[in-house]
Design a protein around this ligand. Structure first.
Ligand SMILES: [Zn+2]
Length: 333
């Protein structure tokens, strides 16, 4: 079952189409969910996908991808580019990480199911109708509602030195000073993520985190746009920018279970560190104040492994099991 409509991969020019996801509801018996897709082509050449909004509450990439749809004309490039600015459209429309329709997280739903619930159908279409027609992909994320994230590129360790080098070079093209190389096996939800889908489709892929904290600014969106520009130049779709990014990229490892610092009580979390700061083992990450025992001193939450704070919780209210911080260990420059 094909759900991509309005786009002919063989045609040059700029086309606007969508994924038509069947959704029969009380108010719309024969309704469909529309996930906008823009296709820009200028002859044969590299084929790439830029996606955002896999998590609906991450708007930085959604805006950067929309600007790409508006600004890029076929004569500025060679090859073809698919742009999906709000991959999980129902989630984006409700400013939510997950879909309000089936409560599913698109980045834990790949490879999806053409006969499944809406999020599973979207995942299946992205993997088998979009990524299957691409050589390169860039999936843009942010900390969303609950986290602030440092700008960081993420790619997959495949086990092949040659393949890993291609992905590392693609990550470096984003021009960010931080990166993560996640193992394809054993990483948090990898197989069911968009990164897992890229690997299955033999696409040289990268994802990245920018900002978050339930906030959207032109400053962060501009950094997304610069990374997209670096990505497109690296794939050969567009010429190299006049000023190529020259920042060294430091790679961090978060595979140690202690890299994620969790809350073991409920209350009000006040961070004592900011993203980008170095944090030693045992250093305070923040404090949690009890809601009702107002005389109780706050519980100090301590860091488990020495490293750099890559993400910190932005929502003060916490429950047991909420992730408060992610701390990466420097592994290579
Ligand atoms: Zn995300």
């Amino acid at each position: 079952m094909t759900v991509l409509v309005g786009i002919d991969f063989a045609l040059d020019g700029k086309q606007s189409g969508h994924l038509a996801i069947p959704h029969s509801s009380h108010l719309s018996a024969y309704g469909k969910i529309v996930v906008p897709v823009v296709y820009i082509r200028n002859g044969d050449g590299p084929r790439a996908l830029v996606s955002a909004g896999v998590h609906g509450d991450e708007f930085e990439g959604q805006i950067a991808a929309r600007k790409l749809c508006i600004d890029l004309s076929p004569d500025q490039m060679r090859g073809s580019l698919l742009v999906v600015p709000m991959a999980n459209a129902p989630a984006a429309l409700s400013s939510s990480r997950i879909s309000p329709i089936d409560q599913l997280n698109l980045n834990r739903s790949f490879p999806g199911n053409p006969l499944g619930s809406p999020t599973a159908v979207i995942a299946n279409a992205i993997e088998n109708e979009l990524l299957a027609n691409c050589d390169y992909a860039f999936d843009i994320h942010s900390g969303g509602s609950s986290l602030f994230y440092t700008d960081i590129g993420i790619t997959t360790a495949t086990g092949s030195v040659t393949e890993d080098e291609k992905r590392l070079n693609l990550l470096k093209s984003l021009g960010l000073d931080a990166g993560m190389l996640l193992p394809a096996v054993g990483s948090m939800g990898f197989e069911s993520s968009a990164d897992g889908a890229m690997l299955r489709k033999n696409v040289i892929g990268v994802s990245a985190e920018f900002g978050g904290g339930g906030h959207l600014s032109s400053n962060v969106t501009r950094r997304c746009e610069e990374s997209i520009r670096g990505f497109l130049a690296h794939t050969g779709l567009m010429p190299e920018p006049a000023e190529a990014p020259g920042k060294p990229c430091r790679f961090y490892d978060v595979s140690d279970p202690g890299a994620q610092v969790y809350s073991d009580c409920s209350g009000i979390f006040m961070a004592d560190v900011a993203i980008g700061e170095l944090c030693g083992q045992g250093d305070p990450i923040g404090r949690i104040f009890d809601f009702y025992d107002v005389m109780a001193p706050p519980k100090v939450i301590r860091n488990k492994i020495p490293g750099r704070v890559l993400a910190i919780r932005s929502l003060p209210r916490v429950e047991v099991g909420d992730c408060l911080a992610q701390v990466g260990k420097l592994v290579r420059v």
